[in-house]
Design a protein around this ligand. Structure first.
Ligand code: ADP
Ligand code: MG
Length: 584
């Protein structure tokens, strides 16, 4: 006898539910997307018990005609496409007609809806896929869907859900991203009767960013607007100062649909390459508009991922967009974007500067071309891909010191009369960091014996040091075990000798000891050494020292930030200064 049977509808729906609504946040997403597709101006969301106890989504959209209500709850019933060829150009968020029946099959769902012109509305209640109530119902225009006891009849799925807190966090994240995607819609979210988010629905993306990320963070977002041959990009990306240890603060939208995309994250990260420390990720809210035929949204059950037909081009254009925004604003003040069209210095030149004596070193003459930043107002960077060589951003003008501002700022002027304020400590840190790194990488780190320094460490730091003894030795720091969490330091790099102290070496060992791999220990150690050796804010530098510092900063790979990612310079372009004083 044959073994093949046709599954009944209820089973099919439960299987679909496993794909479409794998957790409460997915239900919230589907319901909100339906509200958006229905043209809602206001969407109120309320959840309790992590969404497992109840989810309520109410909108003021078109509503559903009485005769369509039961249809909407059937599988593959959709008002959004009518044939497969529509898939290529679909602009609505939903299109598979799976969400409502899937949700209804794994919960107790109550849908009430009324079209604005209709006198009466409709209510339908479904328990685990079975209609238990259906009829006329008085209600406000729009649609309200209540989902209670989610997964009550699918214990396996219920078991798979996380704690209430974790599910609530996902729901909040989902609502935040949908709110960012639709600044024209007013969203409100309450969790266990407490309001956690309200957006104005005034079309201003920045206002939504402010609501979602808070005032202090929102100040660090830079606007971005870019038009390329294949796509356009708009939105906000963060200044390096807002970078986080993960990518949670990145939202990408393709034709207004939120998606996750390693490709886009990579493109964004590459734009920050010279501005961010390792493992730090910028925040972003980016909208990419692209011809619907260039992107396939139907590759993932919950439409979380997309496939681009021209990945390389998408990558390059998004990179170019982000770089332009950073070039225009992040390195400098909002008042005075600076853009420079000249290539960076050659790598090897960094090594010629700064032997152990920091400022006494006589500068060699360098065959630089005369270089100066061009202000954005004079010449906008053209968004042609060929012009976007990453190194270009590092071009740094030749600066003449013109004075100082206490504590610790050098005032300087470029050849084309832009005005610069330089943080001498941050700038010096950058110079020393690159010099030290070059020494280490080149294997010619000058090391010096010192009067042995005894270090008594706590057990954890001692353990870390023991594990990394060899790595530290390669950095010129030779520690000898002296027993019982005690070590003797016998050598240090030459450049560090004068700055050595019990405290600084303890700090260095405990910071670098926390790192796991060799490269990170190196980097952390070099950063610490650079920081300790660099001129302090209250050091008064002579004119010659300032001039040397500026020349040396210009020769680094990343002159605009210190090794910790903080800015080194602030620029007021000549154009901005003139315009402020109404000279033009
Ligand atoms: P899809 O969104 O893929 O079409 P759904 O199962 O989510 O499938 O919804 C089925 C249909 O029900 C939709 O095509 C739409 O016509 C209708 N619908 C669902 N939610 C709403 C709503 N909030 N307002 C108006 N119509 C809705
Ligand atoms: Mg839908």
């Amino acid at each position: 006898m044959g073994k093949i049977v046709l599954l009944d509808d209820s089973t099919v729906n439960k299987i679909a539910a496993g794909e479409v609504v794998e957790r409460p946040a997915a239900v919230v997403k589907e319901l909100i997307e339906n509200a958006i597709d229905a043209g809602a101006a206001k969407i109120d969301i309320a959840v309790a018990g992590g969404g497992l106890a109840s989810i309520r989504v109410a909108d003021d959209g078109t509503g559903i005609a009485p005769e369509d209500v039961l249809l909407a709850l059937q599988r593959h019933a959709t008002s959004k496409i009518s044939e497969a060829s529509d898939l290529a150009t679909v602009l609505t968020l939903g299109f598979r007609g799976e969400a409502l029946p899937s949700i209804a099959s794994v919960s107790r769902l109550i849908l009430s809806t009324r079209q604005e012109s209709a006198l009466a509305g409709t209510l339908v209640e479904i328990h685990g896929g079975t209609i238990v109530r259906h009829g006329e119902h008085g209600c406000a225009a729009g649609t309200e869907v209540r989902v209670e006891d989610l997964f009550y009849n699918t214990p396996a799925r219920l078991k798979f859900t996380k704690s209430e807190g974790a599910e609530t966090a996902r729901i909040t994240d989902t609502v935040q991203r949908l709110a960012l995607a639709s600044p024209q819609i007013s969203f409100s979210l309450s969790v266990n009767d407490r309001n956690v988010l309200t957006t104005a629905g005034n079309t201003q993306l920045f206002d939504v960013i402010h609501q979602v990320y808070g005032r202090a963070n929102s100040r660090l977002f830079l606007p971005l607007k870019w038009q390329g041959p294949l796509l356009s990009v708009s939105g906000y990306i963060s200044q390096p100062a807002l970078a986080r240890a993960n990518r949670n603060m990145q939202s990408f939208f393709i034709n207004r649909r939120h998606i996750r995309s390693p490709l886009l994250s990579d493109a964004l990260q590459t734009a920050y390459q010279t501005l961010l420390p390792r493992n730090r990720f910028p925040a972003a809210v980016l909208f990419i508009e692209i011809d619907t035929t260039e992107v396939d949204i139907n590759v993932h059950p919950s439409k979380r991922e997309v496939r681009f037909s021209r990945e390389r081009d998408v990558y390059r254009q998004v990179l170019a967009a982000a770089k332009q925004s950073l070039q225009a604003s992040s390195l400098v003040t909002e008042l005075s974007p600076v853009y420079s069209a000249y290539p960076a210095r050659r790598q090897s030149e960094a090594a010629q500067f700064f032997p152990a004596k920091l400022f006494e070193h006589e500068q060699k003459q360098h065959a630089y071309h005369p270089v100066g930043g061009l202000s954005a107002s004079q010449e906008q960077p053209t968004p042609e891909l060929e012009n976007f060589d990453l190194k270009e951003k590092d071009a740094f003008p030749l600066l003449q010191p013109v004075g100082r501002l206490s504590d610790g700022y050098i005032l300087a002027q470029s050849e084309n009369k832009d005005f610069y304020i330089i943080d001498q400590h941050a700038a010096h840190e950058r110079i020393l960091f690159e010099m030290f790194r070059q020494d280490v990488e080149g294997g010619n780190l000058p090391v010096q014996s010192i009067i042995p320094l005894k270090l008594e460490l706590d057990a954890i730091t001692a353990g870390a040091l023991t594990a990394k003894q060899k790595i530290f030795a390669d950095l010129g720091l030779n520690f000898e075990v002296f027993g019982n969490n005690t070590f003797i330091l016998r050598t240090v790099p030459l450049f560090y000798r004068d700055f050595l102290s019990q405290d600084s070496i303890m700090e260095l060992v405990s910071a670098a000891g926390k790192e796991h791999d060799r490269a990170s220990v190196f980097e952390e150690t070099l950063k610490m050494m650079a920081c300790k050796s660099a001129a302090k804010a209250n050091d008064t530098l002579s004119g010659e020292e300032m001039a040397n510092l500026l020349k040396n900063l210009r020769s680094t790979h990343r002159p605009y930030t210190c090794p910790h990612g903080r800015p080194t310079v602030l620029v007021f372009t000549r154009a901005a200064v003139d315009s402020h004083f109404r000279r033009r």
